[in-house]
Design a binder for this molecule. Structure first.
Ligand code: EPZ
Length: 426
């Protein structure tokens, strides 16, 4: 038996929801707490998600106390912590690799089982390791684990071959105590990195340039207690905006930072939707049918790869043919199969998906393969005729807090139920 989300489509969603705190800002900031030696980091607006619980378990395994209640988290880090991470937790969540830089920096050593690939690609960490070794760490990869050691990390210039979010975050955290100045060039510019830099500055780090592509870090001797507010989750917020548009309704998302949504809002307007921006909130709706557009995923501020599956669901119902190019991950089209089973006309050619808009989608049994693919299938089910039953919900609960309640509050007809495997009609 497993939990399944049953959605009866065709109801226009209307109303307002508040964006959760950003999962992808919270995870690196939780890892950054490891840089404290006998200190406390308090976080506000932390989303209640499976991935956050996994990172909390990892910190606890290392000897850290983590208290989390009502979106507020307190992380108490003792003088001494372990530097060896458990395979079970690291393999559960790739973002566990974000403890590598902090552990190496404050313990002089770190052992990290190689994080597995996942449904969207192999997801190596070569750029992380290249940056750390440039700072003087000795890196050994053997028996499926990375062992990093450094008596002292030295500040240096590090050019990232690709503006990797995780590599930027790991090198940034490792540079906080490094001797001298570190320059990270071709750094990722995502807002989550700016939130991490701001959190580290609150703790006493000397960092500037985040968001510009060149981040400058001057080494300090120690960090101190701090309190940090997590930024809103731009991907979760965008997903609810798209839920309003795909169902022919009108959804307002509150508690957002508008500039973080620029790429999505521009593409929605290009496709014929109306977007109303207000202080800290945004509404989107479409007066008549959306028309096709072309989308290419790029590092921030380009169109986010984490919205590519959801946008594909939307364009499956637009008039005309859209072309979606996935430039960030090598295998992020696993949602195509189930969208086609719902009636979408999509042809994949390498990293390009050609989406021929169709008049309607039909509900059926579908399975989430990863977090954002699952969100896309929910959007499709909300717009489809008949009932869509979404399986493997654990992927979705990794990143969407109370998604059933939030969608139901907007007028959707859905319920959670238990189903035996044999009842499923694949
Ligand atoms: C972060 O993953 C996000 N996760 C992802 O969100 C997001 O899709 C991704 O950035 C891109 O925006 C978190 O922040 C926890 P990358 P990350 O390093 O850091 C390749 C979600 O749904 N690469 O920027 O792993 C990599 O294989 C998740 O919330 C290397 O080749 O992304 C990928 O093709 C999914 N070597 C590309 O770069 C490296 O050393 C982008 O990866 C590192 C990355």
């Amino acid at each position: 038996m497993s939990q399944v989300l049953c959605i009866r489509g065709g109801h226009p969603l209307r109303g307002a929801v508040v964006a959760q705190g950003s999962k992808n800002a919270t995870l690196p900031i939780m890892a950054a707490a490891l840089l404290l030696k006998g200190g406390k980091l308090r976080l506000k607006r932390v989303p209640n998600l499976l991935d956050i619980a996994t990172m909390a378990d990892l910190l606890k395994y290392l000897g850290v106390c983590v208290d989390f209640d009502n979106h507020e988290m307190s992380i108490d880090v003792p003088e001494e912590i372990s530097w060896e991470t458990p395979p079970s937790l690291v393999r559960k969540m790739r973002a566990s690799s974000l403890v590598l830089g902090p552990l190496l920096s404050r313990c002089g050593k770190a052992v990290l089982p190689l994080p597995g690939g996942c449904a969207i690609g192999s997801r190596p960490i070569d750029l992380h390791l290249k940056g750390l070794s440039k700072m003087g760490a000795s890196i050994e990869v053997a028996h499926g684990a990375v062992t990093a050691e450094a008596r002292e990390l030295r500040g240096t210039r590090i050019y990232l071959d690709f503006p990797s979010v995780g590599a930027t975050e790991n090198v940034l955290m490792a540079a906080v105590f490094a001797k001298g100045e570190t320059l990270i060039e071709n750094a990722a510019r995502e807002p989550e990195i700016a939130n991490l830099a701001q959190a580290l500055r609150e703790m006493g780090a000397d960092i500037s340039g985040e968001g510009t592509g060149i981040i400058r870090i001057r080494g300090v001797d120690a960090l101190h207690d701090a309190e940090v507010e997590i930024i809103p989750d731009r991907i979760e917020a965008s997903t609810y905006l798209l839920a309003g548009v795909i169902t022919g309704g009108e959804v307002t998302v509150k508690g957002v930072i508008l500039e973080h949504l620029d790429a999505l809002l521009a593409k929605l307007e290009e496709a014929g939707a109306t977007v109303a921006r207000n202080e800290g909130e945004v509404k989107a709706y479409v007066k008549n049918k959306l028309h096709s557009i072309n989308v290419k995923t790029l590092p921030y501020p380009g169109f986010p790869t984490d919205l590519q599956p959801q946008m594909m669901a939307l364009l499956s119902l637009a008039s005309g043919t859209s072309v979606i190019r996935e430039e960030i991950f090598e295998a992020r089209f696993l949602h195509v199969g189930d969208l086609k089973r719902m009636g979408a006309a999509i042809e994949v050619q390498g990293n390009m998906a050609i989406v021929k808009g169709c008049p309607e989608l039909m509900g059926c049994d579908v399975k989430a393969t990863d977090l954002r693919a699952g969100a896309a299938l929910i959007l499709a089910g909300l717009a489809a005729k008949g009932e869509t039953r979404v399986h493997a919900l654990q992927h979705i609960w990794r990143g969407y807090e109370q998604i059933e309640e939030k969608i139901a509050s907007l007028g959707a007809s859905l319920n959670l139920t238990e189903m035996a495997e044999e009842e499923v009609k694949w």
